[in-house]
Design a protein around this ligand. Structure first.
Ligand code: ADP
Ligand code: ZN
Length: 299
């Protein structure tokens, strides 16, 4: 049996798993994200228990994903200072001596949703997580988009809503960007209660769906995804998705002519098909990909 390592590297915790060649999870664990000196040996020890053939990492960013760059596979300008400029890809390659693949956490989740989840068979798909931050992974023609760096759709400008009692969003870079106004911590800052505790019908959700619908409209108008998948902790409020769909249809003003819009975007703006497993399954698929790019005789 072939086994593969998968790592969902987050700013708060690292989720580690070992999968067999069918993608079935054999063991999964998580460790808190401390410094590389503390956390790397814990992770390496976990993966060394298995004869894994390759490792895939879906990583918090920003990351250098340009394969010809000397900094390829490094975490770059993260506010988590201990991890700034940390060569996570290279560190695992050296420690485990196996092929390692890396992409952003959200690109990994998007890859998994296209291959195994809610966007199977689609050509263009956007996966967005609304949690501690807001991030988006974009697949175009079956491939995750990197481009100049990689998309950071969570930081697009949105129009502050008149009913918003918070005078300034909390992104340290942009203030009123989408993440600054609509990620979990901004909801908590605005209302003094965690997003998890805010009940249905609270004005928080009118604002939240308003801001997230601005993202959906911008995405539809920018690159016309065939599906938008919204995941992450905040989206666990299941009344939120219908509110976002309704506001998106309204804001489009009939400009995007498609039966999906006529149907109220019900099958278009959706929850992840893999529930909370999109990220870790994406990391597994990155491991499979890393294995396959090896020349035949190196396998
Ligand atoms: P992370 O983004 O750190 O990976 P999550 O996606 O779980 O983690 O997002 C955490 C954020 O989601 C927190 O701000 C938290 O308040 C919010 N959250 C978690 N559970 C819920 C819930 N059931 N309803 C609304 N918000 C939630
Ligand atoms: Zn921002």
């Amino acid at each position: 049996m072939r086994v593969y390592g998968a790592l969902e590297a987050g700013g708060t915790k690292m989720v580690l798993a070992v999968m067999d060649e069918h993608g079935t999870i054999r063991e999964q664990t998580s460790v808190p994200t401390r410094t590389p000196n503390e956390t790397m040996p814990e992770m390496v020890d976990f993966f060394r228990k298995y004869p894994i053939r390759a490792l895939g990492i879906g990583c918090f960013g920003p990351l250098d994903l340009n394969p010809v760059s000397v900094a390829y596979g490094r975490i770059t300008a993260t506010p988590k200072l201990a991890w700034r400029d940390y060569p996570i890809l290279q560190a695992f390659e050296e420690a485990l001596d196996i092929p390692v693949g890396v992409d952003t956490d959200v690109n990994a989740a998007a890859i998994a949703e296209v291959k195994l989840g809610a966007a199977q068979g689609l050509d263009i798909c956007l996966y967005v997580t609304v949690g501690t931050g807001i991030g988006g992974g974009l697949i175009i023609h079956g491939k995750p988009v990197h481009g100049l760096v990689h998309p950071e759709i969570g930081h697009i400008s949105v129009v502050p809503l008149p009913a918003d009692p918070m005078s300034q969003g909390c992104c340290p870079y942009h203030g009123n960007c989408l993440e600054g106004l609509a990620a979990g911590p901004s909801i908590e800052r605005r209302w003094g209660i965690s997003a998890k505790e805010l009940p249905e019908g609270h004005p928080a959700w009118e604002l939240e769906s308003g801001y997230l619908s601005q993202l959906c409209v911008s995405a539809m108008l920018s690159f016309s995804p065939e599906k938008i998948i919204l995941g992450g902790g905040v989206m666990q409020k299941d009344f939120l998705l219908p509110m976002i769909r309704e506001k998106t249809v309204h804001a489009l003003h009939g400009y995007v002519a498609h039966p999906a819009v006529d149907a109220g975007l019900k099958d278009y703006i959706v929850e992840p098909g893999l529930a909370t497993k999109s990220g870790i399954m994406g990391a597994y698929l990155l491991a499979r990909q890393a294995e396959n790019i090896l020349p035949e005789d190196d396998k």
